[in-house]
Design a protein around this ligand. Structure first.
Ligand code: CA
Length: 233
């Protein structure tokens, strides 16, 4: 049974989320502030964290940062304001996904399930990763290893967030092919019906900042105007 930690100061919302996740068979803990959340995260080692951004005292960004110091647990961030999305997705705070309030419980459950499934697949893959070298994609000075989830540029390791890695891997595997934002959501996120296509350009920008020599003049992940993106490196 997967353990989910909910961090939300709005008591009725926390209760509703907990109730719905328990009905799905998850083991649920709740915390109403950041300090309690960190204590619980350490004590119970959850498989996933649902984390509200606006909390009394320590905010969700700080809680996420602190969790990330010791754990790679998937974090789903809840934001109340649309204009926080860029910050949540774009900054290096380490959240794996986000949802804007208000959201439906159905959507939340779908996201939680998808994130836990991904985590399971990843752990499975790590267990079975026998020959990392076989699973390497090279493109000039850029190398991506699927088994170790590592990227190097001119032999220097590049740190990508999990979704950025998945997106870059997909584009590199399908080099020269152009994909629309909708198609990339479908292939990389796998749940496009609940999601905003703005997620894609935000992740593309994140990738470019790290792998392009001049991010505003990309030579690896190209924008094909009016169509989408492709990897050409
Ligand atoms: Ca709040």
């Amino acid at each position: 049974m997967a353990r989910v930690l909910i961090v939300e100061d709005e008591a009725s919302l926390a209760r509703t989320i907990a109730y719905n996740l328990r009905r799905q068979g998850y083991d649920v803990e709740t915390a109403s502030d950041g300090e309690r959340a960190l204590d619980l995260a350490n004590a119970t080692r959850p498989d996933m964290v649902v984390l509200d951004l606006m909390l009394p005292g320590m905010d969700g960004f700080e809680v996420c940062r602190q969790i990330r110091r010791t754990s790679a647990v998937p974090v789903l961030m809840l934001t109340a304001r649309d204009d926080e999305i860029d910050r949540v997705v774009g900054l290096e705070i380490g959240a794996d996904d986000y949802m804007t309030k208000p959201f439906s419980m159905r959507e939340l459950i779908a996201r939680v399930k998808a994130m836990l499934r991904r985590r399971e697949l990843l752990q499975e893959e790590i267990r079975h990763a026998g020959a990392p070298a076989r699973d390497t994609i090279e493109a000039g000075e850029l190398t991506l290893s699927r088994a170790t989830r590592q990227i190097t540029l001119r032999d220097q390791p590049i740190r990508l967030k999990p979704r950025e890695f998945d997106l870059l891997e997909f584009l590199m595997r399908n080099r020269e092919r152009v994909y629309s934002a909708e198609q990339l959501l479908e292939h990389v996120w796998g749940d496009s019906y609940t999601r905003d296509t703005r997620t894609v350009p935000v992740h593309v920008r994140g990738i470019r900042r790290k792998i392009e020599d001049d991010p505003s003049n990309p030579t690896r992940v190209e924008t094909v105007r009016g169509v989408g993106y492709r990897f050409v490196g």
